[in-house]
Design a protein around this ligand. Sequence first.
Ligand SMILES: [Zn+2]
Length: 382
Amino acid sequence: MITASRLTLARKRRGLTVTRLSQLAGLTTRRLTDFESGKATPSPASLTALAAALEFPESFFFADEIAELTADVASFRALSKMTASQREIALSNGRLARTLQDWVAQRFRLPAPDVPSLTSFSRCRSTDEQIPLPGEDTGAEPPAEHAAELVRARWGLGNAPIPNMLHLLEAHGVRAFSLSRDCAEVDAFSFWDRGTPFVLLNTAKTGERGRFDAAHELGHLVLHGEEQMPHGPAAEAEAHRFAAALLMPSADVVARAPQNPATSWILQAKRHWRVAAMALAHRLHELGLSTEWQYRTHCVELSRLGYRKAEPGGVQRETSQVLGKVFSALRSEGIRPSDIARDLHLRPADLNDLIFGLVVTAQTGGRQSTATSARPQLTVVS
Ligand SMILES: [Zn+2]
């Protein structure tokens, strides 16, 4: 007996429709549908054909059920513009990341989640600290701006720039993983899973974009509920404002920016906050430090200099510190990435896709090691 839902998961991970997979595996669509619903069990030959077409080890289909992850709990931006297949690939990445996270959590003590949520802020707000709820118009500063200040205060960041956004998230218990290269349309997304916040990031963007995406997803986790992620332009604008406020605190920007900052000032100052030039230009305007006309001028000049699509001379792409430590600790115990991939019933290449490409996979041909019993025992490290 296979775990039928794993067949669907593997198909979605590869971005395949039922029709396409049945063609690849030489089955009728009816037959495949029956396998996926659990109405029928594939013969050994059918299973081999399916596993080959899906590029998953056959053992993947016999492992335990993996909890569902649906689009309504994930923070997808522009849900309507994203193709269904891209969304499914991203969500499947999220489900596989959860199994990897469970695997790691059984062997390592990881930072406890410490991501404040505005819901809990608002529940315990006192009369002297009124925190507006999202969408509540009080005429005061936008809630996202205020939420970013609260996070900075709670995490003891003051107004200093954030040297590494991804490490900061991980230090506060956010589990960060990377999106596979076959879902390039998805910048990032986040979700809560049994009280643990997850962020999945696209690794093809510039370092500055990656930092902003990570801060944006933190905004969703902080501002938007655990039960359901609101989608749409209002939620996106809030997460965006949160990211800008977190990376470029208004007090620091106001203190540093001259009157009518020139484009050359932006190009210098962006290094201080490690943000994209365009993001800083927008922040100046958002804070009333440049006029609409100046902002447009900045955009035109920055575009001309190549800062719309790229970030010349930009910062390095951030990567996971937790996963780096985990994999090097495992390596020192003699546990190879291929052993971990085998435990998770994944190809080493698919494991590598989830962990920012941190391990170089020597063999990706799917050759399975037979030395299962010789595997060393893992120890718990902090
Ligand atoms: Zn978003």
